[in-house]
Design a binder for this molecule. Structure first.
Ligand code: HEM
Length: 148
């Protein structure tokens, strides 16, 4: 068996080529993030959770554009700590993640420049949602149950 060893730079270039071929660019990401959070803020369940935690949307939206450009196009623009940001959230329940993902999928579906963009974003969103849920709900309760 032969292995192809690629540098981080080559991997990044491949991701960027793949994303560009699907029509993913800064303009699409900006439109996706703006539309998604407009819908989040109007949502019966999610709206109040975000309203209670975010004071300055002019700060949150550019951060989320950097996040998705890093996730989808490997731009390296985002360098925050999503786990910590969600661990301090009160008012979000485990079931809300399915609602978040449903609304995100609908938005990606409505705006996607090509059909492949839908699974491309959803696989990544689901994977990150799982790790956030683990940090918010599973790990704290494991820790509690191991306390003397
Ligand atoms: C029910 C589900 C979710 C809720 C209620 C929620 C809520 C929030 C809130 C209120 C903030 C702002 C926190 C702050 O500024 O202190 C935030 C930040 C953020 N969220 Fe979520 N979120 C959810 C799911 C997700 C998912 C699934 C992802 C990724 C796929 C995500 C990615 C992020 C990122 C990257 C930040 C910025 C963290 C930072 O660097 O400050 N969130 N979220």
């Amino acid at each position: 068996m032969t292995y192809r060893v690629r540098s981080a730079e080559q991997r990044r270039a491949e991701i960027q080529e793949r994303a560009a071929a699907m029509g993913i660019d800064d303009a699409f990401i900006a439109h996706l993030v703006d539309t998604f959070y407009t819908r989040v803020r109007a949502h019966e369940r999610l709206g109040p959770i975000f309203a209670g935690a975010i004071e300055d949307w002019d700060e949150h939206l550019p951060k989320m554009k950097d996040f998705w450009s890093s996730v989808a196009m490997s731009t390296g623009r985002y360098s925050g700590k999503p786990v910590l940001a969600h661990q301090k959230l009160s008012g979000a329940a485990q079931e809300d993640f399915a609602v978040w993902l449903g609304l995100f999928e609908q938005t990606v579906h409505d705006l996607a420049p090509s059909p492949d963009v839908i699974p491309y974003f959803m696989e990544r969103a689901q994977r990150i949602a799982e790790s956030l849920k683990l940090a918010m709900f599973t790990l704290p309760s494991l820790r509690k149950s191991s306390e003397p």
